[in-house]
Write a protein that binds this ligand. Structure first.
Ligand code: NAD
Length: 478
C-alpha cells in the first residue's frame, strides 16, 4: 500500500496532510483523532455510562418565509394528512388551498380543517390539472401506482411537487419524472423523510466530520415488526408488489437512500436474496378460516386481526368514521374486519411481498453495505452499524454511540426528540421535510432539500436493481 493510499484509508484529509509537513508532526500525530473527535457543539454533560454527549441540539421546525407557500394535497389519506398538519401548526409557512380525494370523508375533513374553497375540492387528481394553476405546489400522497401521472402533469403545469416515495413504479418512470423536472425547471422533493430526522442528520454530521475516519463498511437492519408487516404487506395496501412496488422500494427505499446518503458514494453493484416464506397458505394452522372472526385458533395467533385492531387498537388510521366511544368503536372495527382485507387470515391473503430480504451493496472505493428487511421482529427502529478506519458507530434510531479506536472514548447522541413539534412522524422527519420543502419553494432553490429528485432517483435505481438481482439470482451492476 502506498503512503497516499494509507492516508486516504485513514481518513486523513488535506488539513492533516498540511500538519504532516510541519517538522516533528508525524502521521500518527496527524491522524490522532482525539482533537478531531472532540465534538464542537457538545455540552460538557456526560451520559450515565460516562460517555461524552454529542449535544447538537434540535432544529427549529418552522419555515420562516415572507408569505405562506400554497399547496394542494392530492391524496388526503394518512400521509397527505401528516404533511397538511404542518400547515395547522405553522400557518405562516404553509397554506393548504386545494384537495383531491375520492374518499368523501377524507376530502371533506381536509377541506373543513384548512378552509378549502368548494371549487378547489376534487374527487380525482386529474381534475386539479383541468383548471389553471392556483397554488405554488402540490403534495402527491396517493397510492404508489398513482404517483407518476399526477407528478408529470403537475410539473408540466409549473407546480413544484412534494412527492411521496416510492417515486414511481419503474426505473423508466423515475427517470421520466427527473427529466420532466429539469425540462420545466421545477422542484421535486421526494419524501425520504428519514434524512430530515435529527438522528440521521447527526449520524451524517459525524461521518462528514470524519470522526470515524473513512467508512469501510455499513450494516443496516430494518426490523418491520410482525404486526406492522401483517398490516401493510400481507393484508394491507402494499401486499402486492405488482400493484404497488416491490418491498425493497415500498418499504426500504428509505433505507437504500439513507445508506447511499451516509456513505456519500455511488453504488456499483448489488446482490439480493429473500422470499415469501411464512405468510402463505401452506403455513396456516389447523382450524384457520378466511377471516379471523371465524377462526377456531384465533386466540393462539399473534397475527390475529382481532388482536391487532380491536384489542390493541393499532393502525386505526386506515378505518374512517370510527366513533369515539370505545364499545361503539370496537363494534365498528369488527364490522370492518368482516368486510375489508384487514380482517383476513394472514395465511390466506393474495400477498406476494418477501417476508425476509437481504441485500448486499458494493459502493465506490470498495465500501460495502448490507441491508436486511425483516418482517418477523418484535421491535422496530432501524439498527445501523458503521465501521470506519478510526472508530465505529452503533445506533438504533433513538441513540447512537461512536467509539474512538485509539482512545477508547465513547460519544453518545441521545437527543430527546419528544421536544420537537411533530416528532411522532418518522422521528421528526415528516415535518422536517415539509419545512425544507417550503423553504425550497419560497426561495426557488432546491438546495434547501436534501432529498432532491436527482439523488432520490439514484437510490431508487439501487432498489430496482436489487429486485432484478433477487429474481434473477445474479449480481446486478449499476
Ligand atoms: N414517506 C413515508 O415514510 C411513507 C410512509 C407510508 C406511506 N408512504 C407512501 O405514501 C403514499 C400514500 O400512502 P398512505 O399511507 O397515505 O395511503 P392512504 O391510503 O392512507 O392514502 C392515499 C389516499 O389517496 C386517495 N386516492 C386514491 N385514488 C385517488 C385519486 N384518483 N385521486 C386522488 N386521491 C386518490 C385515497 O382515497 C387515499 O385517501 C403511498 O405511495 C405510500 O407508499 C410513504
Amino acid at each position: 500500500m502506498t503512503r497516499a493510499e494509507f492516508l486516504k484509508i485513514m481518513g486523513v484529509g488535506a488539513a492533516t496532510l498540511a500538519i504532516e509537513s510541519v517538522p516533528g508532526a508525524g502521521l500518527l500525530q496527524a491522524a490522532n483523532p482525539a482533537a478531531a473527535l472532540t465534538p464542537d457543539n457538545t455540552t460538557p454533560a456526560k451520559t450515565k455510562s460516562g460517555a461524552e454527549r454529542l449535544a447538537f441540539g434540535l432544529p427549529d421546525q418552522e419555515a420562516r418565509v415572507a408569505r405562506p407557500v400554497t399547496a394542494i394535497v392530492i391524496g388526503a389519506g394518512s400521509r397527505g394528512s401528516v404533511y397538511a398538519a404542518y400547515s395547522g401548526q405553522y400557518p405562516g409557512a404553509l397554506h393548504i388551498v386545494g384537495v383531491a380525494d375520492p374518499n368523501d370523508t377524507r376530502r371533506t375533513q381536509m377541506a373543513a380543517n384548512y378552509g378549502i374553497a368548494d371549487e378547489h375540492c376534487f374527487r380525482d387528481w386529474s381534475e386539479v390539472f383541468r383548471i389553471p394553476k392556483f397554488a405554488d405546489a402540490v403534495i402527491i400522497a396517493t397510492p404508489d401506482n398513482m404517483h407518476y401521472q399526477p407528478c408529470m402533469q403537475a410539473l408540466a403545469m409549473g407546480y413544484d411537487v412534494l412527492l411521496e416515495k416510492p417515486i414511481a413504479q419503474t426505473e423508466r418512470e423515475c427517470r421520466n419524472i427527473l427529466a420532466q423536472a429539469k425540462k420545466y425547471g421545477r422542484i421535486v422533493g421526494v419524501c425520504h423523510v428519514l434524512r430530515y430526522a435529527p438522528y440521521f442528520r447527526a449520524l451524517k454530521r459525524v461521518l462528514d466530520e470524519g470522526r470515524v475516519g473513512s467508512v469501510i463498511s455499513l450494516q443496516h437492519l430494518e426490523p418491520v415488526r410482525f404486526h406492522h408487516f401483517a398490516h401493510s404487506y400481507v393484508r394491507g395496501n402494499w401486499h402486492s408488489a405488482e400493484a404497488t412496488t416491490p418491498l425493497i422500494l415500498a418499504k426500504a427505499c428509505h433505507d437504500l437512500d439513507i445508506i447511499r446518503w451516509l456513505l456519500g458514494k455511488p453504488c456499483e453493484q448489488v446482490s439480493a436474496f429473500g422470499n415469501l416464506t411464512f405468510f402463505r397458505r401452506s403455513n396456516e394452522p389447523l382450524g384457520a378460516s378466511d377471516r379471523c372472526l371465524d377462526c377456531a385458533v384465533e386466540s393462539q395467533c399473534p397475527f390475529s386481526a382481532l388482536q391487532i385492531y380491536v384489542r390493541q387498537h393499532r393502525y386505526l388510521y386506515v378505518f374512517d368514521n370510527l366513533p369515539k366511544d370505545r364499545a361503539l368503536k370496537d363494534a365498528k372495527l369488527i364490522e370492518y374486519l368482516r368486510t375489508t382485507d384487514y380482517g383476513r387470515c394472514v395465511f390466506r391473503c393474495q400477498n406476494d411481498q418477501p417476508d425476509h430480504y437481504i441485500c448486499n451493496l458494493q459502493f465506490a472505493d470498495d465500501v460495502t453495505a448490507s441491508l436486511q428487511v425483516e418482517a418477523l421482529t418484535s421491535y422496530g427502529g432501524r439498527k445501523t452499524r458503521i465501521m470506519g478506519t478510526r472508530g465505529d458507530i452503533v445506533g438504533d434510531m433513538e441513540t447512537f454511540t461512536l467509539t474512538d479506536f485509539l482512545t477508547g472514548k465513547k460519544y453518545v447522541w441521545d437527543e430527546d426528540i419528544s421536544k420537537l413539534p411533530g416528532y411522532e412522524g418518522h422521528a421528526g422527519g415528516d415535518w422536517g421535510i415539509v419545512k425544507d420543502f417550503v423553504l425550497a419553494v419560497a426561495n426557488h432553490d432546491e438546495k434547501y432539500l436534501s432529498s432532491t429528485i436527482d439523488v432520490s432517483v439514484e437510490s431508487h435505481i439501487m432498489g430496482f436493481k436489487a429486485e432484478t438481482a433477487r429474481l434473477n439470482h445474479k449480481i446486478a451492476k449499476l
